[in-house]
Design a protein around this ligand. Structure first.
Ligand code: B3K
Ligand code: ZN
Length: 873
């Protein structure tokens, strides 16, 4: 496949001002008539042919200004339509195509899910509906007429506002017309036709406009959409309050579908969601599901301004909308929930996904400069690291200037397709700062490593911190430049009493901007040896190594005013123990005892005050985190043993306290998904996990009692998860009971698949193969595949990375099967191999063999071909 490069960008030779689409829905023969009001682009070439994109299209006819073109006047294939002699003034092009939504297993373009018609156009799906200039810098006003059988599709939805609807004689068919006044790129186009239930609410915007909000779901599941609807209202209110941004249409519709390649899609006025991120009830959804629903509803809504009103000039600018919108949804969740607890969750995901990606063969800049398949760049780097860049910008310039910069960005770029430069220019202008060094965050890939050394001068009462930074080489970038790294920091005394030290290089917000390869800062008036608290709130996406002994880190756990760093201190100590345990097989008892003693004391002091935070402190780094920390010659079995051992030791040392909290936090009263209630459940379940690690017999009894008594899915699933780690008939019965009880709830069966796929024992491979034969499993449904196969590959470190290579071979064979139906899904699964180079040699060889077996297959999709070749480079 050809490589597309950022440096080759040039404006389109033609523009499309208006699009009229007439879509006659039919299961296998949908007819689409596109009437395009076009003109040459003054910024384009004046002699260029008109070349429209297509993908698997069946062309029926083309007309220019109403005249049907003969075969000699154009050139057409399923993937392009060329008119060599296009007019040099405004013209109308009318194109009729036929498409087959039932055969569309790629879930791109127009397809069917549970019999309903829906679309997905980002990034390049619109060209699967009609021939078009399918690129994000072509902004057009759309009018869509949708026609369908009334029985089959009583609900017909499009972008924008409803204009008219009616029956077509007595044909049994009906139609609806939608008009979207806001010019938009084709990737934001959507339509839906189907049999759907509805919940609705009206919303008055800050300027007093009435908007009808509605969510459409599978009939009978309407009440499961209440939480999403309420989250939507809160998101809309928040964007008005925090950014002054108001909604701009008369209706806002969300449709939940069961077959969807990702989380959701921000189509203008018609968001389409994976039903997993809409439907929730206490019986079927966990606290985490509720939190994800809230975040994704907000994310897609926030795109209305960051993405839709201001869109991207080209796909290299993807982070312009995605990084910024993730930042916005994270801020929303932090305001709605607990800021430090949410920050810790964000950083855990960032490290688990983005740091991992950035240290793998798939590492790329937040703004990539080349791609072969754009769908492979909807990555943790573009999204999560992209959000961190926006957050660092805010940390550096301060809250007020950040808001002013955002205002200027919208003022300037509203209605345009913009670039990262346009974004940064707005902030450079309001602050008068030169942001060109900061902009390197968009260009340079890899995670910077920052080393800090400290030196206290008792006589002079000064304290010096020496910083150095290095970024390891990544594919295509052998040499690295220093980054502009905001270090939010403070000093903490050993007993927690306030310190009055000062430092000139630290600004009024407590931030030192570290932007050279090496730099030092000195505090004066330091009356006793302090402990440095660095990168407070995780102020930059870097890896830090610190010359502090465990005992000093534990001072931070106890006394730091920054909650993030309290958590980080405990994690760092745990990670040191886990890495030594994994590599050397043992650690001095005193070291483990010191850590468990500190944890016990922490539990006594803090667990009841902030249960959600306490649960995070009590949860050890995951096996994947430990593997990443070790970084080379990884043996997942040793890591698994190490982590089990440390959990056992902590569980035993703190068992009295854990039992007390477990009993005290028994759920009473009706379920509520709010953050405080969820925090209490997470603490109780963290206790259960440690108790079971220390004493499996007692743990089994507690967990099975909880499984029976649970009044909600959070507690039920947590107890089943503990049981899956304790082999025996109790476990087998529990798994069978759960599968039977929820056999008609696909989203719950997904959780059941995930738990079983994650069991760290040899029989899991057979179990996964058997579950692929389960009636609820389907290779064509992305949620099912991700929950069974994706979980096996991403969560089950020991079994995916089996020493005999059988885990790799299983994944490879499934990737190849999935690729024939749904390349995007297959490519996503394949990224589980991104850790292969850090495994010990025999596993590495097996993984390489599996990857090569994929690479050798003829007719790979561009998606899988791209990932497999980069993984092997
Ligand atoms: N913009 C979509 C993602 C589209 C992915 C296309 N492969 C959802 C989101 O980020 O909000
Ligand atoms: Zn997004």
């Amino acid at each position: 496949a050809p490589v597309i490069r950022l440096e080759d960008y040039r404006p389109s030779d033609f523009l499309i001002d208006q699009v009229e689409l007439d879509v006659k829905l039919h299961p296998t023969e949908t007819r689409v008539i596109a009437t395009l009001a076009m003109r040459p682009n003054p910024a384009g070439r004046s002699d260029a042919p008109l070349v429209l994109d297509g993908d698997e299209l069946n062309l029926k006819s083309v007309a220019l200004d109403g005249r049907v073109l003969s075969d000699e006047e154009f050139e057409a294939s399923p993937h392009s339509l060329t008119i060599a002699q296009a007019p040099r003034q405004a013209f109308t092009l009318t194109i009729e195509t036929e498409i087959n939504p039932t055969a569309n297993t790629k879930l791109m373009g127009l397809y069917r899910s549970s019999g309903n018609y829906c679309t997905q156009c980002e990034a390049e799906g619109f060209r699967r509906i009609t021939y078009f200039l399918d690129r994000p810098d072509i902004l057009s006003v759309y009018t869509t007429r949708i026609e369908a059988d009334r029985e089959e599709a009583p609900v017909l939805l499009g972008n924008g506002n409803p204009v008219e609807s009616g029956s077509i004689d007595d044909s049994g068919r009906h139609y609806a017309v939608w008009h979207d006044p806001h010019p938009k790129p084709s990737y934001l186009f959507a339509l839906v036709g189907g049999r759907l239930g509805r919940v609705a609410e009206s919303f008055t915007t800050m300027s007093g406009r009435e908007v009808e909000l509605a969510i459409y779901v599978e009939p009978g599941k309407e009440n499961r959409a209440d939480y999403a609807l309420e989250a939507l209202e809160r998101s809309m209110r928040w964007d008005e309050r925090v950014f002054g941004l108001e909604y701009d249409l008369d209706v806002f519709n969300i449709v939940a579908v069961s077959d969807f390649n990702m989380g959701a899609m921000e189509n203008k006025g018609l968001n389409i969601f994976n039903d997993k991120y809409v439907l929730a009830s206490p019986e079927t959804a966990t606290d985490m599901d509720y939190a994800h629903i809230e975040a994704i509803i907000a994310h897609e809504y926030f795109h209305n301004w960051t993405g839709n009103r201001v869109t991207c000039r080209d796909w290299f600018q993807l982070c312009l909308k995605e990084g910024l919108t993730v930042f916005r949804d994270q801020e929303f969740s932090s305001d709605e929930r607990s800021r430090p607890v949410h920050r810790i969750a964000e950083v855990k995901t960032l490290r688990a996904r983005q740091f991992l990606e950035d240290s793998s063969p798939l590492s790329h800049p937040v703004r990539p400069n080349q791609y072969r398949e754009i769908n492979n760049f909807y990555t943790a780097t573009v999204y999560e690291k992209g959000a961190e860049i926006v957050r660092m910008l805010k940390t550096i310039i301060g809250e007020q200037d950040f808001r002013h910069g955002m205002d200027l960005y919208f003022e300037r770029c509203d209605g345009t397709a913009a670039t990262v430069e346009d974004f940064l220019n707005a902030f450079a202008e309001v602050t008068g700062r030169d942001l060109s060094h900061f902009a390197r965050w968009y260009e340079q890939s890899g995670t910077p490593r920052v080393k800090v050394k400290s030196q206290y001068d008792e006589a002079g009462q000064t304290y010096r911190l020496d910083f150095t930074q290095v970024t390891p080489p990544t594919p295509g970038q052998a040499k690295k430049e220093p980054m502009a790294i905001p270090v939010a920091l403070g000093l903490v005394s050993h007993d927690g009493s306030p310190l009055s030290a000062t430092c000139d290089q630290v600004d009024e917000r407590g931030v030192f901007l570290f932007d050279k390869a090496a730099d030092s800062i000195t505090f004066t008036g330091v009356t006793s040896l302090p402990v440095p608290s660095l990168f407070r709130g995780f102020s930059a996406p870097v890896k830090v190594s610190l010359d502090l002994p465990n005992a000093e880190l534990l001072v931070l756990l106890r006394h730091d005013t920054d909650a993030f760093n309290r958590w980080q201190a405990a994690q760092t100590v745990a990670m040191r123990l886990l890495a030594s345990l994994s590599i050397e097989g043992q650690v001095a008892d005193e070291e483990i005892d010191a850590f468990s003693t500190a944890l016990c004391a922490f539990i006594d002091r803090d667990a009841e005050n902030d249960p959600a935070f306490a649960a995070l402190v009590m949860t050890l780094p995951s096996e994947a985190d430990i593997a990443q920390e070790i970084g080379q010659d990884v043996n997942p079995d040793a890591i698994h043993r190490a982590r089990s051992e440390l959990r056992r030791r902590i569980g035993a040392a703190c068992s009295k306290r854990l039992q007390r909290i477990y009993a005290a936090f028994t759920e009473t009263g009706p379920y509520s998904p709010d953050a405080a209630s969820a925090g209490r459940r997470s603490l109780r379940n963290a206790c259960l996990d440690l108790l079971a690690a220390a004493d499996p017999i007692a743990g089994e009894a507690l967990a099975s009692a909880q499984l029976e008594a649970a009044t909600n899915m959070t507690d039920r699933l947590a107890s089943l998860s503990v049981l899956t780690t304790i082999p025996g008939t109790v476990r087998d019965d529990a798994i069978a009971w759960f599968g039977e009880r929820y056999r008609n709830e696909p989203l719950v069966i997904d959780k059941w698949f995930t738990l079983q796929a994650a069991i760290p024992e040899d029989q899991t491979l057979e179990r996964v193969k058997n579950l692929m034969q389960h009636p609820a499993f389907s290779i064509s449904n992305p949620n099912r595949v991700r929950s069974l196969i994706g979980s096996f590959a991403m969560l089950n470190q020991v079994q995916f990375n089996r020493a005999d290579g059988a885990g790799y071979r299983l994944l490879a064979s499934i990737v190849l099967r999935a690729d024939e139906l749904n390349p995007q899904l297959a490519a996503r699964l394949l990224t589980a191999f991104s850790t292969w180079r850090m495994m010990e040699i025999s596993r590495r060889n097996h993984a390489e063999e599996a990857l090569r077996s994929i690479a050798q297959k003829p007719n790979l999709s561009r998606d899988v071909g791209d990932i497999v070749s980069r993984s092997l480079e």
